[in-house]
Design a protein around this ligand. Structure first.
Ligand code: TRP
Length: 325
């Protein structure tokens, strides 16, 4: 039997090309070798305030984006977290074995809670437990995540091991799967920062649904480094980042990219980069439009049904081992 993958993204903010190249592209490729579960984690989204109508729309839009990127509902299970009540149920059980101390060490809570624990929501604090629940319900082997989620995954592993030790072998202990290339695309406005959904400055990100004009403008205005030559060079992080984007959207090798731009100036490079990004996103943007709400709902209902059947098996086992049922 093939190994199982679980991953998820929150339906908040607009997805950008860094999400696509760092995560989605990889999710799509993994379908060839693994049994994949891809979740839209709307329960995670409300750990910070959300406008209800916006959240609802963003949840379906994110499903559209998964599908348009190439997540194939015939091969993979794509579903909305809240359609599978076992996520919240297991999270409660896990919260009873998790420790305050280990959650207090989560760096993302400190960032998102702005260091003010008095004012931060309890859900924001226990967020990593819900994430552990997502992963452990499906007896997941591998979890493709960015560097920023590694600590949360470590907690998932600790909780699985603790439960197994206290109540008997119940959960598979998941491994992180950190992709090599494209793991971290930087902001177009500040190459020291990750391209981020929560960046207040939209000029730093190329959103997946940006039109050709907007993309071209953002790339033209992207910061560059002093110096000349279009090369992979970590000491010139801005050009380096743009060249990585070029490489990923064109699927060329690093050598091909360097050879292609040899002797060319930044201006010429940016023009070609903008064209390449627009071409890359065009078919994707066409596909996004194909999924009307009815088709989408059908796909998500099927996904949820399949997810529930897996998740309920694990939860039954958990309840019976803990003497709940
Ligand atoms: N915490 C992840 C993020 O913010 C989203 C997430 C929730 C997730 N549950 C998950 C990722 C399970 C991987 C596996 O990006």
């Amino acid at each position: 039997m093939s190994k199982r993958i679980f991953s998820g993204a929150q339906p908040t903010g607009q997805l950008h090309i860094g999400n696509y190249l760092g995560a989605l592209k990889n999710w799509v490729a993994l379908q060839d070798a693994y049994e994949c579960f891809y979740c839209i984690v709307n329960l995670h989204a409300i750990t910070l305030p959300q406008e209800p109508a916006t959240l609802k729309k963003a949840t379906l839009d994110l499903a559209r984006i998964y599908l348009a990127a190439g997540v194939d509902p015939e091969r993979s299970t794509i579903f909305i977290q809240s359609d599978v009540p076992q996520h919240a149920e297991l999270a409660w059980v896990l919260s009873c074995i998790a420790r305050m101390g280990e959650l207090e060490r989560m760096t993302q809570f400190k960032d998102k809670g702005k260091g003010n624990a008095e004012r931060a929501g309890v859900g924001l604090f226990t967020y990593p437990i819900l994430m552990a629940s997502d992963i452990l319900l499906y007896q997941t082997d591998l979890v493709p995540v960015g560097q920023d989620q590694k600590q949360h995954l470590e907690l998932s592993r600790d909780l699985a091991e603790r439960f197994n030790r206290d109540y008997g072998e119940t959960f598979k202990v998941p491994e992180p799967y950190i992709p090599k290339a494209g793991a971290s695309i930087k902001s177009l406005q500040d190459a020291e920062k990750k391209m981020s959904k929560s960046d207040e400055n939209p000029a730093g990100s190329i959103f997946l649904l940006d039109d050709a004009d907007t993309i071209t403008k953002k790339i033209k205005r992207a910061v560059t480094d002093s110096g000349v030559g279009v090369e992979f060079d970590e000491t010139r992080p801005a050009i380096n980042n743009l060249l990585i984007i070029y490489q990923l959207v064109t699927d060329k090798t690093a050598d091909e990219c360097v050879a292609h731009f040899e002797g060319k100036m930044y201006g010429q490079f940016k023009t070609e980069l903008a064209e390449a990004v627009v071409e890359f996103l065009r078919p994707f943007q066409e596909r996004v439009k194909q999924y009307d709400d009815t088709t989408l709902r059908e796909i998500l209902d099927r996904g949820a049904e399949r997810a529930r059947s897996e998740a309920s098996r694990t939860l039954k086992d958990v309840y019976s081992r803990t003497g709940i049922n």
